[in-house]
Write a protein that binds this ligand. Structure first.
Ligand SMILES: Nc1ncnc2c1ncn2[C@@H]1O[C@H](COP(=O)(O)OP(=O)(O)O)[C@@H](O)[C@H]1O
Ligand SMILES: [Mg+2]
Length: 229
């Protein structure tokens, strides 16, 4: 299997006032197509920073990020935005849904960046909502849905444009155990049955059981590397 993500000597330094804070210290990481990677580590260890770099939400300070042969570390902001819209689906801890829009319209949002017409956008969003088990909730607004349902809408929104991979930052961090397991089961299904590559930050040791690989970050360094093939 070919590498989807290939990271070499990745560093990230933030400027905090007069102070430079190095958060990632030369990360090497390979992620293969079809992997479901759980990224674990203490709070402040740099998990979100690493995830955002892989998802092209931020620029590294040094090193290389090659994703399917594209060096995203060398892209400018406009190129990166374009690349993200084609390749990455994002799922966040607090869902980040638009409160005034229905579930259906929330899921359609990423498609506004594509050339699809209104009827096709509607159909694709319906398919995505069906996939997450919410076909009958399309007309509900976020505040009319439970936390677990809102996260499922967010997952539908993340997959609606059929991205190359999903980036999930503590997707179950705000959910009760039962809803958390539903969300993890759904992510596992997307990985196993639909071949979606998933990179997920989690604090939950149980969450790692759903993944195909677990890696640990501590103080900006990976303490292990996944046994990719
Ligand atoms: N935009 C930023 N500016 C300055 N420091 C930041 C910024 N984002 C994160 N940090 C710092 O980088 C470190 C790692 O943060 P983060 O990647 O969010 O860790 P984690 O997700 O593992 O909790 C923390 O010390 C945090 O304070
Ligand atoms: Mg974080």
């Amino acid at each position: 299997m070919s590498s989807l993500v290939s990271i070499r000597n990745l560093t990230k330094t933030y400027q905090r006032g007069p102070e430079k804070v190095q958060v990632l210290h030369g990360i090497d990481l390979d992620i293969t197509h079809g992997d479901f990677v759980a990224l674990m580590g203490p709070s402040g260890s740099g998990k979100t920073t690493l995830l955002n770099l892989i998802g092209g939400l931020d620029n590294p300070s040094g090193g290389e990020i090659d994703i399917e042969g594209q060096r995203i570390d060398q892209m400018n902001d406009a190129q990166l935005a374009q690349w993200r819209s084609h390749h990455v689906g994002f799922v966040f801890q607090f869902y980040n849904l638009m409160p005034t829009l229905t579930a259906q319209k929330n899921v359609e949002l990423p498609l506004l960046l594509t050339k699809l017409g209104a009827a096709q956008r509607k159909r694709n969003a319906e398919v995505a909502l069906q996939l997450v088990g919410l076909a009958d909730r399309g007309s509900h607004r976020p505040n009319e849905l439970s936390g677990g349902q809102q996260q499922r809408v967010a997952i539908a929104r993340a997959i609606v444009s059929d991205p190359t991979f999903l980036i999930c930052d503590e997707p179950t961090g705000d959910l009760d155990r039962h809803s958390a397991e539903e969300i993890l089961g759904l992510l596992q299904q997307l990985n196993r049955e639909h071949g979606k590559t998933i990179i997920m930050v989690t604090h939950d040791p149980k969450a790692a059981e759903y993944a195909t690989h677990t890696i640990h970050l501590d103080k900006g360094e990976l303490t292990d590397t996944p046994a990719t093939h």
